[in-house]
Design a protein. Structure first.
Length: 632
């Protein structure tokens, strides 16, 4: 076991617990505990160089994008200097040969005995000597230079410490790298625990990779979550009513009121610095994932850790014989942000199986019961993958009726635009849906250009509930500003008009008055039958937005009608109805109710489209497509 098991974790305590568990499993009476430090490592498995070939084109220009605390002018200066060198034609040097240097694999630790404490200590010294050899330090320096660019502050006073492609060239040619650059790169590597796979496990990569890769990666975004950061540090900031208010409260930490005690003011500024540092580190990691070249399939959108781990697993596998398995959200196969990854593993015949579970029976007690997760198995030469969805217990894996097989061609037929995975409850559902798609065209086929969109449909989000929150006003805020209620709108003393901001939960099929907010702006309730009989009754929103802003955004889309057509984006395939489309007045609309703009034409055309969106046949097919919690 000590010879074939490897592990990496960012948490040092987790590393020690892992080694302890392995010792308990393998301990032999009369023999010392085995040496595991070379195989069980502490580091950030996602932030580091996996393949030295990614250094061949130099440092990407995107690495110099200004982050929190950076100076834009300095970042631009560094980017221009890097671009000149990178495009000068002097790169494309063979960094890939680095892994073949014999010094990296000179010590065969697995052949060294460890039957006595002295032999274990000798093994430890041999490993430490190899790690501090010139070959290892030389390779680690280049990898640290490449990754540290993303984490190094880009300000006037740090310009001389920021690596550029010129430093990589100097390294490759055997010239000395600038001392400030090398020192800062090493310090950042230790602080953020850069993990360069080909240096840490050279014997594995010499053989082409791991035979088996297993893991249960985190299911969270790389982006720093302000609510979580301040939850224990400053609960009042975490409990702010919206993102705009929270941002103002955070900035106020840096300029505390003068009448506060000096100790309190110092604590507030210290908390602000901690937040800025944490935010910069998260942004740097995100930028590395997006533009560092290591994650071309999953480093897009609002990056989630499980997705980039899935791509890492794929790249760690050994050739034709490797296998990988991980537990991750089912979104790996159904979400838009991971569609390139899913298309790749199906198109290259790398997907062996995907078994989807709902957590209703609490297989994971600490995870929400509505959460969907999957057992994803990767291999090679798999022309058809085995699928199973909606399992709630392990026994369901043994039910043949639940299993169905799909090829890359089948997935292209069913989802020609996204190439994501359809979600079927049974083999019968899969066959029926494939038959429907062979006879009925999709609403929009992007591969056919304008001809593939005969309805002339355009999609848009009118207001983002987070990014546009600075425009929103509550009932209390409008009243404080002296606004007067006129029908569903508010009118300020200067004549500015605020109109309702509709949210998806307020709308249902053929009903724009399905639900409303109480006056507290938090509680919602369904409108009663008596409410619906009153034609003057309107649904009360949580927020109102400037009518001029609504009109400007609709004018940009050349929309002249007094109504808007859209659908509730938040949904599940297990809901009573999955697709809920409706028409709302010409007001503000939040992003959870995406809008559909149609080319001018007969009003009956739009009515027919709305009817189609809400029909049972479409809902049946949609249920096979929605694997997460959104239609989009």
């Amino acid at each position: 076991m000590a010879h074939c098991i490897y592990g990496v974790d960012l948490n040092p305590l987790a590393v020690e617990l892992c080694k302890t568990a392995l010792w308990l499993e393998t301990v032999e009476p009369g023999k010392p505990l085995g040496f595991l430090d070379a195989h069980i490592r502490c580091g950030n498995a996602l932030v580091g160089v996996l393949d030295p070939g990614m250094l061949a084109e130099g440092i990407p220009d995107e690495a110099y994008k200004p982050l929190t605390g950076d100076d834009k002018k300095s970042a631009t200066q560094l980017k221009k200097a890097n671009k000149v060198v990178r495009e000068g034609g002097v790169m494309a040097l063979d960094f890939g040969q680095a892994v073949a240097e014999p010094q990296l694999c000179a010590v065969d630790l697995d052949r060294m005995p460890e039957d006595t404490p002295e032999q274990v200590e000798e093994k430890r010294r041999a490993w430490e000597t190899a790690r501090e050899s010139y070959a290892c330090r030389h390779q680690r320096e280049a990898a640290d230079l490449f990754v540290s660019v993303f984490f190094t502050p880009k300000r006037l006073e740090t310009l001389e410490a920021v690596p550029t492609t010129e430093d990589l060239i100097a390294w490759r040619e055997g010239r000395a790298v600038r001392s400030q650059v090398a020192e800062r790169a090493g310090e950042l590597a230790r602080r953020h625990r850069f993990f360069h796979w080909y240096i840490e496990f050279p014997e594995v990569f010499e053989r082409g990779g791991f035979d088996c890769v297993l893991g249960n990666p985190p299911w969270e975004r790389i982006k720093l979550q302000e609510k979580e950061f301040f939850a224990s540090r400053a609960p009042d900031i975490a409990a702010a009513p919206n993102a705009a208010t929270r941002r103002r409260m955070i900035e106020a930490l840096n300029e505390p009121p003068q009448d506060l005690p000096e100790g309190v003011r110092l604590a507030m500024r210290r908390l602000y610095r901690e937040f800025q540092q944490a935010k910069q580190a998260a942004e740097a990691a995100s930028q590395f994932v997006r533009t560092g070249g290591r994650f071309p399939l999953t480093g897009v959108g609002d990056v989630n850790l499980y997705a980039v781990f899935a791509e890492t697993f794929l790249n760690l596998m050994a050739g034709k014989d490797g296998r990988a398995g991980l537990i991750c959200p089912t979104g790996i196969a159904t979400d838009d942000s991971t569609k390139a990854y899913f298309e790749h593993i199906t198109g290259q015949n790398r997907l062996a199986a995907l078994y989807d579970f709902e957590n209703r029976e609490k297989l994971f007690p600490a995870v929400d019961s509505r959460m969907k997760f999957a057992l994803l198995t990767l291999g090679s030469d798999c022309p058809e993958a085995d699928f199973l969805f909606f399992a709630t217990r392990i026994e369901h894996l043994r039910d043949p009726r639940r299993h169905f097989r799909l090829s890359a061609a089948d997935i292209h037929l069913l989802n020609p635009n996204t190439h994501t995975c359809p979600v079927f409850r049974s083999r019968r559902d899969a066959e029926l849906t494939k038959k429907i798609y062979r006879q009925v065209p999709v609403l929009i086929d992007q591969s056919k250009g304008e001809e593939g969109n005969p309805w002339g449909i355009r999609f848009a989000r009118l207001f983002d509930m987070s990014n546009d929150s600075g425009l929103f006003r509550t009932r209390a805020q409008l009243q404080e500003e002296g606004a007067v209620k006129e029908g569903p709108n508010w009118v300020l003393p200067d004549g500015e008009i605020y109109v309702p901001l509709y949210e998806a939960k307020m709308v249902h099929q053929f009903d724009h008055r399905w639900a409303e907010y109480e006056q507290d702006g938090k509680t919602t309730r369904d409108l009663t039958e008596a409410d619906h009989t009153d034609p003057q009754r309107t649904a009360h929103p949580r927020y109102w937005v400037p009518r001029d802003e609504v009109e400007a955004r609709l004018a940009a889309r050349d929309w002249q009608h007094g109504w808007l057509l859209g659908w509730r984006d938040i949904c599940r395939s297990t809901d009573e109805r999955t697709v809920i489309a409706g028409v709302v007045p010409r007001v503000g609309v939040g992003h959870t109710f995406p809008l559909m703009f149609v080319e001018p034409g007969d009003i009956r055309f739009w009515a027919a489209l709305l009817a189609n969106l809400n029909m049972l046949v479409l809902d049946y097919v949609a249920r096979q497509k929605v694997g997460g919690t959104t239609v989009t």
